[in-house]
Design a protein around this ligand. Structure first.
Ligand SMILES: [Zn+2]
Length: 216
């Protein structure tokens, strides 16, 4: 047995976080996000952790080679036959190439790359309807998780408002940025024959069931 991995790519509003949690709880895949791995490496004070920290402190992007080292260090700490679900990684084409090279060298296998796809309209509806309590930070949604009284927090009675990131213009911009950033990755994995497009516009349970079926 060798290490196996899947990758989750999700457009804004595709529900990547929810999907990751659903897969994690129903399978043996270990959820690893770039943010968590970076924080762990920095906290542990490893050599690459300190390198990454130096870039971040200067407000610079952590170079692809360092991100990759952090990921491989994380995998080395796990079982030799563990299954991983990458979230937020790889972010660039270069990271994808480096990952492939490392996996080939170690006999690890990338099984699937799931692209959670939603239409622009669904993204706008999901993200545009999010509400947050100004007082206790509780989350609601105009349609999916409506508060008992419009505009009022169920928990504390505080005032609900739209998240600043969720204006129509901001959502459209985020969708555009996602497409620009992932176009290369998507083409790369499609060519390698591991890309699986998953329609994530419907109810969450359906999308989860779809992914589980493909994982079997
Ligand atoms: Zn509240």
């Amino acid at each position: 047995m060798s290490i196996q991995a899947i990758i989750l790519l999700g457009a804004p509003g595709a529900g990547k976080g929810t999907m990751a949690e659903a897969i994690r709880s129903a399978t043996t895949f270990i959820h690893v996000s770039t943010g968590d791995m970076l924080r762990e490496a920095i906290k542990a004070g490893t050599l690459v952790g300190r390198e990454a920290e130096a870039f971040m402190r200067q407000g610079e992007l952590v170079p692809d080679e360092i991100i990759l080292k952090i990921v491989m260090e994380r995998l080395e700490r796990g079982a030799p036959d563990a299954q991983y679900m990458f979230d937020g990684f790889p972010r660039t084409l270069e990271q994808a190439r480096l990952l492939d090279a490392e996996f080939a060298r170690r006999g690890a296998k990338l099984i699937n790359v799931f692209l959670l796809d939603v239409s622009r309209e669904v993204s706008l509806e999901r993200l545009g309807g999010r509400l947050i309590c100004r007082r206790c930070d509780a989350n609601f949604h105009v349609r999916n998780i409506p508060p008992k009284t419009a505009g009022v927090c169920d928990n504390c009675g505080g005032e609900l408002s739209q998240r600043p990131d969720d204006s129509r213009a901001t959502i459209l911009k985020r969708l555009e940025v996602f497409q620009q950033q992932t176009a290369g990755l998507i083409a790369y994995y499609a060519k390698r024959g591991v890309l699986q497009r998953v329609d994530s516009s419907g109810p969450r349970a359906e999308t989860v069931a779809d992914i589980m079926k493909r994982l079997q």
